[in-house]
Ligand binder design. Structure first.
Ligand SMILES: *Cc1c(COP(=O)(O)O)cnc(C)c1O
Length: 360
């Protein structure tokens, strides 16, 4: 059996070495020393001013929306994981979908302005598969219309653009450290901003709004993460470069083996690095895609239709809107297995099955 993804686990002794400290201190959660150490190591690694370690990527999005005081309409992409949209609704705002660019599969910046009206307060865009959005264009639009920008960088850990961390962009950027993501802390999320006031506010928000032992400065929630999760994050961080290297090698192998086919890949941002967080393939038709997926499934090789269907046509709490490019693309995309201990022979087998499925 080959799953579509498999979480990376560090050598058990490495994790246990962190556990020893937890047992000694008996400090299990609530901004403990390992959680702080993880925040420091991540912001140093990313060369950013601030990083907040929270419960998960969804809470990170919700805190971001709340902290910016967003109301009314938020422009967003229908080609993402449901949490991008549901967080907007959960925070009492209205998601307004803008169709994607057919090449990058990210929100099409040239279509954003047509969706702006007097109720629009922000743009929440996803760096889909870790491929950066057109951050320059989005920033210009936001400035022109006085909008806030949040980036859902759930897939984007480790991506550099113009020599900087991708999380340096937007008023706030968030990341998910869920077990299925390329770099994880079992469950976890990160919030980034360069604004010192905003980071203080979000720090209080993730801790029930406490400002001192018996003071509240704002509405808060429980967005804290535990020492056990921080320990996994710290243990995995030392392996990140080798994880990235291995996944890049496997992705290159896929590309090389599939190069005779009429398939496409998301057009990567010119000035950005690629973190190989997924291996999405855009087939020429849904029929071909399904044929390949079914042939793989017969051999117990599992793929995922990330992201199908379009969020603009499936959520019971939203009216459906037409997003022709997203709908057309979502039908044809398939993510192939990609994880650290996937063997190169397994990639070759998957490619042979896909090539054969194309022949008949
Ligand atoms: C995984 C994911 C999230 C949610 O992150 P969790 O840590 O699972 O809450 C949000 N947005 C996108 C695009 C994701 O892929």
């Amino acid at each position: 059996m080959i799953p579509v993804t498999k979480p990376f686990l560090p050598p058990q002794e490495v994790y246990e070495s962190y556990l020893k400290g937890i047992w000694k201190r008996q400090w299990l959660t609530n901004m403990g020393p390992l959680a702080s150490e993880l925040e420091i190591r991540i912001r140093e690694r990313e060369n950013l001013k601030y990083a907040l370690f929270v419960t998960n990527g969804t809470i990170a999005l919700q805190i971001a929306i709340k902290a910016l005081g967003l109301k009314g309409e938020i422009i967003t992409t229908p080609f993402s994981f449901v949490a991008t949209t549901s967080s907007i609704v959960w925070e009492g705002c209205k998601p307004v979908f803008v169709d994607i660019d057919p090449d990058s599969l990210n929100i099409d910046p040239d279509k954003i302005e047509a969706a702006i009206n007097e109720n629009t307060t922000a743009i929440l865009a996803t760096h889909v598969y870790g491929n950066p959005c057109d951050v320059e264009k989005i920033e210009k639009i936001a400035q022109r219309h006085n909008l806030k920008v949040i980036y859902d960088g759930a897939h984007a850990f480790g991506v550099k653009i113009n020599g900087k961390s991708i999380f340096d962009y937007g008023d706030i950027s968030v990341c998910s450290l869920h077990a299925t993501k390329l770099y994880h802390s079992i469950e976890g999320g990160l919030i980034f901003t360069n604004d010192s006031k905003l980071v203080k506010k979000m720090e209080r928000m993730r801790n029930f709004g406490f400002d001192g032992p018996s003071n509240f400065s704002e509405l808060g929630i429980n967005g804290k993460n535990s020492e056990f999760h921080a320990a996994m994050g710290l243990a995995n961080l030392d392996f990140f470069d080798s994880i990235l290297e291995q996944r890049t090698m496997l992705s290159d192998r896929y590309r090389q083996k599939l190069k005779s086919l009429k398939i496409k890949y998301p057009k990567w941002h010119e000035n950005a690095s690629n973190n190989a967080s997924y291996f999405p393939v855009v087939f020429d038709s849904e029929e071909t895609m399904l044929k390949c997926a079914n042939q793989l499934k017969l051999r117990e090789i599992f793929t995922r239709r990330y992201f199908y269907p379009s969020l603009s046509s499936i959520l019971p709490y939203l009216e459906n809107t037409e997003m022709p490019i997203t709908e057309e693309t979502a039908k044809r995309v398939l993510c192939l297995p990609l994880y650290f201990d996937l063997a190169i022979e397994e990639v070759d087998l998957i490619c042979r099955i896909i090539l054969r499925a194309h022949e008949n």
